[in-house]
Design a protein around this ligand. Sequence first.
Ligand SMILES: Cc1cc2nc3c(=O)[nH]c(=O)nc-3n(C[C@H](O)[C@H](O)[C@H](O)COP(=O)(O)O)c2cc1C
Length: 351
Amino acid sequence: MGVGISLSSLASAVANAGGIGVIATPGIGQFEPDWDTDPIKANSRALRKEIRKAKAQTSGPIGVNIMVALSNFDDLVQSAVDEGADVLFLGAGLPLKLPDTLPLQKLEQLATKLVPIVSSGRAAGLIFKSWARRYAYVPDAVVVEGPLAGGHLGFRREHIDDPDYALEKILPEVVSVIEPYREQSDKNIPVIAAGGIYTGADIHKIMQLGAQAVQMGTRFVTTDECDADVELKNAFLNCKKEDIVIIDSPVGLPGRAITDEFLERVSSGVREIFTCPWKCLKSCDFKNVPYCIAKALTNAKKGNLREGFAFAGANAYRADKIVPVKELIETLVAEYAAVARQRPMATETSA
Ligand SMILES: Cc1cc2nc3c(=O)[nH]c(=O)nc-3n(C[C@H](O)[C@H](O)[C@H](O)COP(=O)(O)O)c2cc1C
């Protein structure tokens, strides 16, 4: 979770508790001294440092989330691979092509697993087809992110509340699109479901529809180890259901966030004055957007919600306390086990 919400502290805590801990790359270089003068180098250096820090704190798997829409996508992918990231999650755009610096004709030898994030069976199909043709290789897993997720959403605004685009609907579509690739490649290719999954019972339910794992964001913001300032965590604790809104991000995608003074100011037509040192997002029309989203999210990460806002999933209003990651994961496992005892999955009963 960017900007700066999920760095080495949260990622290593999750990895120590049995999950894959994920470091978010957007704006990761913001605390480097050359952030204003050489942001590409600053980002790459900061990412390398965060991966090393995370790996020093855990022997569990560490992933890195890289938005395809970032101008320095190629550079970040290479830095993460060089530092031995276990998994790369590639979202916010379709990663139809991989950076030329990777060993594209022998991707199976790469220790880092490559996992695109999609919001439809069609997107999954395009990526799998493209990689199979270009690289004779297909993704190692795929994340299917539904419309209840936090942050940028891979849906048109009018589809966000349409039941035809619900996670429960798009997940089986992705499973069936990748089925032939599972057979051809002899790889399991787990499908990882994301967006609105909040309890162990939710995990059980979505796994019955074909998911083999889940990716959770919102629930992990209100943890001790989350890398954001406590004021951002408090925004989650204090928000109500009606405070969670869909915004039109300057990136050109809808996004889900907790409304606040800053967002109200922007929606009333006020334009922030800012300079853009490097156009961090390929699609950002920085001369015409009302504010810099990287700056707004950085301010929120630092706890300054008067000058920024927090991205959040549709369930963020349900948070009522800040807990250690270990306790959260134990709760999820216990909730999952309780449902599984009552309603074993088809595979569990037949085993
Ligand atoms: C605060 C926040 C920041 C996020 N930042 C990113 C990001 O930088 N890149 C990305 O691919 N997804 C991002 N997401 C989406 C999450 O990775 C995750 O897939 C999604 O929120 C899952 O839904 P949930 O929050 O209901 O668990 C973000 C989500 C939140 C809540």
